[in-house]
Design a protein around this ligand. Structure first.
Ligand code: PEP
Ligand code: MG
Length: 592
């Protein structure tokens, strides 16, 4: 039966494929396709893992049997029996064989997929005792996975033969392995998302998350259709269901009829044609109709993203979110050399164009590690995040600063500091930057000159620009956080996502004032939040005087198309009028 789920549109386009449900806790198992010739070996890997766990349980049973009747723990005996029974259950092994043989999933993926299938059956059971056996099933699966780890295979392999984009006709005919896959999960951390850069998935759906949550931002950078905030999506969609993601509308259609499929297939092709047309603008200079030159920069998460920035025609990196180098490392932070090599790769990758490296911004919805989520504090977005985290750990911060300064010896580097608000924080930051230089001097290590900028992403900063303009060479407006903190809306919380309004007059006023104040002092200012890549905002930002935009590489050409048609002389007056409106969003639809 066809039904639809409404969430938040995150990354544009249409994806059609089969659902792969993954519990967030199991995302760190490998997901890749094997060759048909490897089927036997993968089945053996699961069997060997299972046999190892069976052997372990049987040994335990033997030692319990040797105890006297008084010491033998009855509950444990019963539990071991249940575990053995579950391990030897045919549904588990038949299912695993199916995923490996018919879908060519690797062993770990097949095992966790079948676990999800059976776990759902347990969830639906009336009998409480049986329902609770789900936890046992999860335990034994974890054990088998651990046993298999000794012979594990590479993590995540790139889109291969089986992950190719499939036409809608294929899709209707081909019911086996050769179709795109859509990842469905309750939640994904930004670090999980990053793993999917190299993955087999053609789209994804999560139950939670806001439009500018960091998970959504990474999804956008992958440029694959995605919907977040789909609430009960991961409960309503079943393993292997056909799903359509409409990433433009934020809608997921489950079990689509042939007519619906045809419609979305058409829309998908239209989107591809539209992208093809945009490619023609790649070498067109970014100049408005009235001759204003506009700087289009890229936001990146990893050094290798420099290639996609160049391919999209970016004239530099306006925001390198360095925290992604720090995530998912189980608390072991990258040392100076490792960071230096990463920053240097980005700098060299940009071939002489400037790279703005932002110092680490973890905290709030960007935990260093999934196991280190900040549940201890009631308001992590207002807590120890970004520069506050760095200043609280000067040794860690100095390590990063030295690495960035060293990378600056290889090209143009701008150093960007997130979430500053107090003059005292500014002074401490500057003192630590000086200290990092002294440390490098003392070691006789080469480093380069950097321009130093501040992110304006807290309303208090936007209202006290004088002190920022006194200390910094440039400003960069982080609208994602500026909106969150101005409107008191958690950017990662889908339940208040409808109130997260980039066009609230207060937000627009803060952005416009920051642009005007920077220009008045002759200092460069960029917008690097999601607003910069939103074509609905391009004219308004141009009207406010913005001449530098930093966004995901995938958005650059669409924004360029907008500005090529814009006349900034006319837009200035119109933008002033829009900002006077009670609800500017109603006005913005009627362009200047
Ligand atoms: C912002 O807040 O707008 C920004 C660019 O930084 P981040 O999204 O990483 O918080
Ligand atoms: Mg921010």
């Amino acid at each position: 039966m066809t039904f639809s789920i409404h969430g938040l549109a995150v990354a544009r386009g249409i994806a059609i494929g089969r659902a792969v449900l993954v519990a967030s806790s199991r995302l760190d198992v490998a997901h890749y396709f094997i060759e048909p010739s490897q089927v036997g070996a993968e089945i053996n890997r699961v069997r060997d893992g299972r046999d190892a766990v069976v052997g372990e349980i049987q040994r335990l049973q033997t030692s319990i049997a040797q105890m006297g009747p008084k010491e033998a723990p009855h509950e444990l005996t019963a539990l071991l029996d249940v575990h053995l029974m579950l391990l030897q259950d045919e549904e588990l092994s038949n299912g695993v064989h199916h995923w490996i043989k018919d879908r060519l999933y690797n062993a770990e993926w097949a095992l966790t997929t079948q676990l999800d299938v059976i776990a759902r059956q347990f969830d639906e059971m009336e009998d409480e005792y049986l329902r609770e056996r789900k936890a046992d099933l999860e335990q034994i699966t974890e054990k088998v996975l651990r046993a298999m780890r000794g012979v594990s295979s590479p993590l995540m392999q790139p889109l291969g033969r089986h992950g190719r984009k499939t036409s809608q006709q294929d899709l209707l005919l081909d019911d086996t392995v050769d179709v795109p896959l859509i990842l469905v999960a309750h939640d994904l951390s930004p670090a999980d998302m990053l793993q999917f850069k190299q993955s087999v998935f053609a789209g994804f759906i999560t139950d939670v998350g806001g439009k500018t949550s960091h998970t959504a931002i990474v999804a956008r950078s992958l440029d694959i259709p995605a919907v977040v905030g789909a609430r009960l999506g991961s409960h309503l969609i079943r393993q292997d269901d056909w799903v359509v993601i409409d990433g433009d509308a934020g809608v997921v259609v489950v079990d689509p009829s042939a007519i619906i499929l045809a419609e979305y297939g058409f829309k998908q092709r239209q989107g591809e044609l539209q992208r093809g047309r945009l490619q023609r603008l790649l070498h067109t200079p970014a100049v408005t109709m009235d001759g204003q030159k506009i700087e289009l920069l890229a936001n990146i998460e990893m050094p290798d993203d420099a290639a996609s920035a160049l391919n999209a025609g970016a004239v530099g990196v306006g925001l390198f979110r360095s925290e992604f180098l720090f995530m998912g490392r189980h608390g072991k932070l990258p040392n100076e050399d490792e960071q230096y090599q990463a920053y240097r790769r980005a700098v060299e990758g940009m071939q002489g164009l400037p790279v703005t490296i932002r110092t680490v911004d973890v905290g709030a919805d960007k935990p260093l590690d999934d196991t280190l989520r900040d549940d201890a504090h009631l308001n992590p977005a207002l807590g120890l995040r970004a520069i506050r985290w760095s200043l609280a750990d000067p040794a860690m911060f100095l390590t990063q600063l030295r690495a960035i300064l060293r990378a600056a010896a290889h090209g143009q580097v701008h150093l960007l500091i997130p979430m500053l608000v107090h003059a005292s924080e500014i002074r401490q930051t500057m003192a630590l930057i000086d200290h990092a230089r002294v440390q490098l001097d003392n070691r006789g290590v080469a480093y380069g000159a950097v321009k130093i900028g501040a992110m304006i992403e807290i309303p208090a900063a936007a209202l006290t620009l004088k002190v920022f303009l006194k200390y910094f060479d440039f400003l960069s407006i982080g609208t994602n956080d500026l909106i969150q903190y101005t409107l008191a809306i958690d950017r990662a919380d889908e339940s208040v996502a409808h109130l997260y309004d980039p066009m609230h007059p207060a937000v627009l006023r803060l952005v416009a004032n920051t642009i005007a104040a920077s220009h008045a002092q002759g200092k460069p200012v960029t917008v690097c939040g999601e607003m910069a890549g939103d074509v609905a905002m391009t004219r308004l930002l141009l009207g406010m005087g913005l001449r530098s935009f930093s966004m995901h590489p995938a958005q650059i050409l669409a924004v360029k198309q907008e500005l090529l048609r814009a006349d900034t002389a006319k837009l200035a007056l119109w933008a002033e009028q829009v900002m006077m409106e009670d609800e500017p969003s109603t006005r913005i639809a009627k362009k200047a």
